[in-house]
Design a protein around this ligand. Structure first.
Ligand code: 8YV
Length: 324
C-alpha cells in the first residue's frame, strides 16, 4: 500500500509508515501541488496526506473514490468537504490535542508582543532609533487583572485561558456553542453572549473553527462594540475576521491593537498597512510550528492514515455530524 503526501512529512511520521510497511510518496517541490498534480499523485495512491491547506472539494473526492483515507496534518478541516467525504465513505483524520498548547502559546505570545509593542521597538532599534529616555514614549498596556474573552473555547482556547489566568490573573469570559464546564470550574470562566464578549473583553482571542457560522464574524459592526483599548488576537483562521474592517478599526482607534497568526488572505503581502502599525504583530501562520508539536502531528497523521488503510477506526476522525 502507498500514500501520497502534499508536502514532505516530518521524519517521525515517515518512521511510523515504515514500521507498517507503507510507502509514502511525498510532493517535494517548494510549492504546493497544483490541482492537476494533486489528481496525478492521488490516482494510484491508497491514501492521501494533506499538509498545508490544499483544497479537497467534492469534485476531487468524487474523482478519487478509491482513496481509503484522507489524513490531514492540521486540526482545522475547513479546506476539506467533510460532508462529501462522509457520503463517499472516505474517512478523514486530523490532528487535535497534540497542537493545542503550541497554538495557545502563539496566541499568548501575540497578546504580549502586541500589548508591549515588541515588534515596533525592535524595528526602532534596527533603524538606529534608540532614543533618549522619554517616560511617555512607546508605551504599551498592562495585562494584569484584565479580561480575556475567548471566542471558541475548545482545547486550544482552554490552554490560552489557562496561561492568561496563571500569568496575569485575567478574568476569563468566553463565547461558545456550548458550556465548557471544565473551564468554568478551573478558571471561573463565564459564558457570555457574543455582544457581551465584545463589550467586556480587554483582549479577545479567537480559537474557533472557520465555518459558515464564524466566517466574517469579526467585522466592522463587531469591532465597533469593542473597547477602544481592546486587543484582537487571531490564531485560528483569517476568514473569521474581516481584514479591511480590522485595518480600519485600528486606524481609526476603534480598537487599540491586533495580533495575527492567520490573515485574510494568506499569505499577507509586503506593504500591507497592518505591518506598519505600532500596535499590530503579525506572524506567518506558525501556531503549531515547534519541533515537538510538528513531530507529534506527523505521528498522528500517520496513525490516522494507517488505521484508515486497514479499515480500522481512526484515532482522530472528523465527521460531518461532529462539525455541524
Ligand atoms: C497547520 C493549522 O500548520 O492545525 C491547523 O489547523 O492551521 C496548522 O497547525 C497548517 O494547517 C498546516 O497543515
Amino acid at each position: 500500500m502507498n500514500v501520497f503526501s502534499t508536502r514532505i512529512l516530518p521524519q517521525k511520521g515517515i518512521e511510523v509508515f515504515e514500521k507498517a510497511g507503507i510507502m509514502v510518496n511525498c510532493w517535494r517541490k517548494e510549492r504546493s501541488p497544483t490541482k492537476q498534480e494533486l489528481y496525478d499523485g492521488s490516482k494510484n495512491a491508497d491514501g492521501l496526506l494533506v499538509l498545508g491547506r490544499t483544497e479537497i472539494d467534492r469534485e476531487f473526492l468524487e474523482a478519487n473514490r478509491h482513496l481509503k483515507v484522507i489524513s490531514l496534518f492540521s486540526v482545522g478541516y475547513d479546506h476539506v468537504d467533510i460532508k462529501t467525504a462522509d457520503e463517499l465513505g472516505i474517512p478523514v483524520g486530523h490532528t487535535p490535542d497534540v497542537l493545542s498548547k503550541a497554538t495557545a502559546d502563539t496566541a499568548f505570545l501575540l497578546m504580549q508582543m502586541t500589548a508591549r509593542k515588541a515588534l515596533f521597538h525592535h524595528k526602532r532599534i534596527q533603524k538606529g532609533d534608540w532614543a533618549v529616555f522619554d517616560p511617555e514614549a512607546g508605551l504599551g498596556l498592562d495585562l494584569k487583572d484584565k479580561t480575556i474573552g475567548i471566542f471558541g473555547l475548545g482545547n486550544i482556547g482552554y490552554e490560552m485561558a489557562r496561561s492568561c489566568r496563571g500569568a496575569f490573573d485575567m478574568k476569563v469570559i468566553y463565547h461558545n456553542r456550548s458550556r465548557n464546564e471544565k473551564a468554568e470550574h478551573a478558571f471561573q470562566a463565564e459564558l457570555v453572549s457574543f455582544d457581551e464578549l465584545l463589550q467586556k473583553s480587554d483582549v479577545i482571542s479567537v480559537h474557533a473553527n472557520l465555518s459558515s457560522e464564524t466566517k466574517n464574524k469579526f467585522n466592522r459592526e463587531a469591532f465597533s462594540k469593542m473597547k477602544p483599548s481592546a486587543i484582537f488576537i487571531n490564531t485560528a483562521r483569517g476568514g473569521i475576521h474581516n481584514e479591511i474592517d480590522l485595518t480600519e478599526a485600528l486606524r481609526s482607534g476603534t480598537i487599540w491593537g491586533a495580533g495575527l497568526d492567520v490573515t485574510n488572505p494568506e499569505p499577507m503581502q509586503p506593504g500591507n498597512p497592518l505591518l506598519e502599525m505600532e500596535t499590530v504583530s503579525v506572524l506567518p501562520h506558525i501556531g503549531s510550528a515547534t519541533r515537538e508539536t510538528r513531530d507529534a502531528m506527523a505521528i498522528l497523521t500517520a496513525q490516522n492514515a494507517i488505521a484508515g488503510l486497514k479499515g480500522e477506526p481512526l484515532p482522530a476522525r472528523v465527521t460531518f455530524s461532529r462539525t455541524n
